[in-house]
Design a protein around this ligand. Structure first.
Ligand SMILES: Nc1nc2c(c(=O)[nH]1)N[C@@H](CN(C=O)c1ccc(C(=O)N[C@@H](CCC(=O)O)C(=O)O)cc1)CN2
Ligand SMILES: NCC(=O)N[C@@H]1O[C@H](COP(=O)([O-])[O-])[C@@H](O)[C@H]1O
Length: 230
C-alpha cells in the first residue's frame, strides 16, 4: 500500500473586529506547535482600526479590511429593514466568494471576536465547501447569546440571579451562539469583584480555550485529509 503523504497544513483564516488577543493566542500556538500542522493564511477584519491588524502584521500574516458599509454594500445610516437585509445578504455572499474563490481557500475559519452575524449567504456556501467555522463566545451554551455577554453575566451575578458564568467555543450555525459546543469551561464569579476583573479572568481563560478548541478541530480536519489521500 502506498504510504500516505503528509497532508498540507490546515489552512486557517481568522476573522476579528477588535483587540485580537485571541488571534495572538492562535498565532503563538501555531508557531509553537500547540495547534499542530496548521498555518494562519490570513486575517479578515470588519473594523479598520482593529488592533488585530497590527498583531497580524507583526506576525507576517496577510490581513484584509472588509466592511458592510465602507465597501459599498449598505448605505451609511440605512434603516430600511429590507434594504439592510439585502445589503447583508450581498456582503455575506461576497465574503463567501472571497474565501472560496480567492487565494484563501481555508480548511477552517475561526471567529475570534468577529462582531457581525452571518446569514445563509455566507454560511451556505462554506458548508457546501466543507469548511468548518468555529466561534469563541464568553458565555455558557444558551446563557448570554449575542454581544456584551460578560457584562450581562456580571449584572446577573450582582443581582443574585446566577452563581457563575463561563466560555465556550462552538461551531457556527445560523442561530447565533447556538451551534454545537466544541469545548465549554465554567468560570466562577466572585463577590466584590469589579467587572474589569471578571473580564480579565475570562479573557485569560479564553486564550487557553480557543487554542485547545482550534487544536482539536484542526487535528480532526488533518486526520480526514490524511484519510482522503490514502
Ligand atoms: N450566524 C452566526 N453568525 C455569527 C455567530 C453565530 O453563532 N452565528 N457568532 C458571532 C459572534 N457573536 C457572539 O459570539 C456575535 C457577534 C455580534 C453579534 C451582533 O449582534 N452583531 C451586530 C452588530 C453589533 C456591532 O457591530 O457591535 C450585527 O451583526 O448586526 C452577535 C453575536 C459571529 N457571527
Ligand atoms: N459574541 C462574540 C464575543 O463577544 N466575542 C468576544 O470578543 C472578545 C474578543 O477579544 P479579542 O479581540 O481580544 O480577541 C472575546 O472576549 C470574545 O469572547
Amino acid at each position: 500500500m502506498t504510504p500516505a503523504r503528509n497532508p498540507e497544513p490546515c489552512r486557517i483564516v481568522v476573522m476579528a473586529s477588535g483587540n485580537g488577543s485571541n488571534l495572538q493566542a492562535i498565532i503563538d500556538a501555531v508557531r509553537d506547535g500547540r495547534i499542530p500542522d496548521s498555518k494562519i493564511i490570513g486575517l479578515i477584519v470588519n473594523r479598520g482600526k482593529a488592533f488585530a491588524t497590527q498583531r497580524a502584521e507583526k506576525a507576517g500574516i496577510p490581513w484584509e479590511y472588509f466592511n458592510l458599509v465602507s465597501h459599498g454594500f449598505q448605505a451609511k445610516g440605512e434603516k430600511d429593514p429590507q434594504r439592510v437585509q439585502e445589503a447583508r445578504d450581498h456582503y455575506d455572499a461576497a465574503l463567501a466568494r472571497k474565501l472560496l474563490d480567492g487565494d484563501y481557500k481555508p480548511d477552517l475559519v475561526i471567529l475570534a471576536g468577529w462582531m457581525y452575524v452571518f446569514g445563509k449567504q455566507f454560511l451556505g456556501p462554506l458548508e457546501a465547501a466543507g469548511i468548518k467555522i468555529i466561534n469563541l463566545h464568553p458565555a455558557l451554551p444558551g446563557q448570554y447569546d449575542g454581544t456584551n455577554a460578560i457584562g450581562r453575566a456580571f449584572d446577573d451575578f450582582q443581582a443574585g440571579k446566577i452563581k457563575g458564568t463561563g466560555i465556550m467555543v462552538h461551531y457556527v450555525i445560523t442561530q447565533v451562539d447556538r451551534g454545537e459546543p466544541i469545548l465549554v469551561r465554567e468560570i466562577e464569579c466572585r463577590e466584590g469583584e469589579e467587572l474589569s476583573e471578571l473580564e480579565q479572568r475570562i479573557h485569560s481563560h479564553e486564550h487557553e480555550l480557543i487554542v485547545e478548541a482550534a487544536a482539536k478541530v484542526t487535528k480532526e480536519i488533518q486526520r480526514k485529509k490524511g484519510l482522503l489521500q490514502q
